[in-house]
Ligand binder design. Structure first.
Ligand SMILES: [Mn+2]
Length: 326
């Protein structure tokens, strides 16, 4: 456990019981961990008579709307008028930047639950466990204390989805015995694991599949095959009809090539700014490298935004930090 935690799981339980009106913040470009963690916590708070609402700066990608009952927008402007939040929580949020347009609210967050090793402290109370495979592992520990008689099926499914997604279907090195133990418990509580895994890992929109085909066709191998790299420009997006969310999984396609230690995807965010997503087999710590560019993440999966004239230039700068022979 990282130092800097100033509250225990039991302390969190007590604090949640002491308040009535909650906001739960997710990170930008929401993934299944931040969504599953937020909604599991929200449903649990509501089940004990509290009011709780989700907040996210970005819309929920279509592929993850099965987690939010087809709701897509969770801006603060969508909150009921008669609701006055009094306790703010963030889940799976590593830094104020990750709150996107709500970054100015970071100092008002009362409690941060997170598992990113490079967590930047911003909340008054923090529980950060960088050994947790998903933030949902922390949420599970909190919810178990709050619902000692058992977890409802829907809440169990949300946490299962979070665990499965962040561990790549229990395949990545962040998967621990505890991850599997929780997953087993969640299935006992009724989590629909087969359907969740189909939704997360198999089913794709046709444009997402085209984006993957595009990546397979345009991937470049650098540093003697140790780096795989693909760029998607604004022009490519317009030409092929790719939306941002269609390209989320592209990185997972190009990382699979034999011999590849680092995979890099560059997406043009706006002229001169490139959103870089990276994966590594674990030998190179991508969270450290991305942190040099103001980003972050995990050893094996991290991202950042890089200013440069061209995508190739932005990616060159990342590759330089990897230390491979050219
Ligand atoms: Mn996570």
């Amino acid at each position: 456990m990282t130092t800097g935690n100033n509250i225990t799981i039991n302390g969190i339980r007590k604090m949640l019981y002491r308040h009535d009106n909650f906001l739960v913040f997710m990170h930008e470009n929401p993934d299944a961990d931040t969504i599953g963690s937020a909604f599991a916590l929200i449903y649990t708070l509501r089940s004990i008579g509290k009011k709780a609402y989700p907040v996210c700066c970005d819309k929920i990608p279509r592929s993850l709307m099965f987690l939010t009952d087809d709701e897509r927008f969770f801006g603060t402007e969508d909150l009921p008028e008669d609701f006055t939040p009094e306790f703010l929580i963030s889940v799976d949020v590593a830094s104020p930047t990750q709150l996107g347009k709500y970054h100015f609210m970071a100092a008002k967050i009362d409690l941060s639950l997170d598992h990113h090793p490079g967590h930047e402290e911003f909340a008054q109370y923090r529980f950060i466990d960088s050994k947790a495979g998903a933030c949902a592992e922390i949420i599970y520990r909190v919810i178990c204390r709050m619902l000692p008689d058992g977890i409802p099926e829907k809440t169990a499914s949300l946490m299962y989805a979070a665990l499965a997604a962040d561990t790549g279907g229990f395949r990545y090195s962040n998967t621990t015995p505890f991850t599997h133990k929780i997953a087993a418990k969640l299935i006992e509580y009724g989590a629909n694991h087969a359907q969740i895994c189909r939704n997360l890992f198999e089913m794709k929109t046709k444009t997402a599949l085209s984006a993957e085909a595009f990546a397979m066709e345009h991937v470049e191998y650098l540093c003697g095959g140790k780096v795989s790299y693909v760029k998607i420009t604004e022009k490519d997006k317009a030409e092929h009809g790719f939306e941002d969310e269609d390209t989320y999984d592209v990185i997972n396609v190009i990382r699979r090539a034999e011999g590849v230690k680092v995979a890099i995807l560059s997406r043009e965010k706006q002229p001169g700014i490139f959103k870089i997503s990276t994966r590594s087999t674990g030998e190179i710590d991508m969270s450290k490298i991305c942190a040099m560019f103001g980003g972050g993440g995990h050893v094996g999966a991290a991202g950042c935004s890089v200013k440069a004239d061209k995508a190739d230039e932005a990616v060159e700068r990342i590759i330089d930090e990897c230390g491979f022979d050219r």
